[in-house]
Design a protein around this ligand. Sequence first.
Ligand SMILES: [Zn+2]
Length: 305
Amino acid sequence: MRLLPLLLVCAPFAAHAEPLTIVTDIPPVQSLVQMVAGDRGTVTALLEPNADPHHFQLRPSQARQLSNADLLIWIGEDMTPWLARARDGVALDVPHMPFIEDEDHTGESEDDDHAGESEEEDHHGETEEEEDHHHEDPHFWLSTLEATEMVEHIEHKLSDLDPEGAELYRSNADAAILEIQSLTKAILSLLEDVRTVPFAVTHDGFQYFVRQFELTQVGSLSDIQDSAASAKTVSNLAEMAKSGEIVCVFGEVAESNKLAQVLVDEGAKLGKSLDPAGISLNRGPTLYSELILGMAQSFKDCLSD
Ligand SMILES: [Zn+2]
């Protein structure tokens, strides 16, 4: 009769005797997933500290980590093409949840043959127009409203995969959403006085934040895919800096300020470098709030004096 109690103890955990092993692409996604998973999952980000999120190459040990994961949660191919390639190579059978689908991807690549492979409920749950935004700008975690939706999607996915943890995931997600709401209030008041002060960025990855908090970004020295702007655009922006129509220019951590310097030479102030993917921050559940707050503080500091 010793077997019976053992079975009773073990049964609820039979599906996942060990914590879920969840792999993510970038630190803010890792942070949001950790908020929801709590102690019930181990969550890592494949991107190494201070590496460029758009251009990265997995090491063999990271490829193994990816292929052994219970779940991959990531923004999608538009953000990290290197991860799409790695997944095609070693992890096609790992369940995954991209926040953006690649089905209407228009790039030149080989991707069309796996469009529609992701699970149907993985869609970001928005209207057609909003999906198009995502294809233009994959940096949508920079909107705290989008982050709230991401938390909801993460919660549903973890609960599907590990129903025994559903109650925990729900209460963790509720707490995360409250935290993101109070973060949003703090940012609104921090940026209240600088909304109309015009600035430029070196990498066009901030549109979601700019729109949500109604800031005045007037130009970018690169496009969304991180390719340099045309000479004409650069000379127009330099002209604007000269006439005071660009007060600040913001570069990014772990990147040279060479591009920004063109505008600084014409009189724009150089703001503290932004870190939209949190590559310089300590990883963990608090990273998301630190990332958003740090970015808002950079804007505030340069635009207000
Ligand atoms: Zn970017």
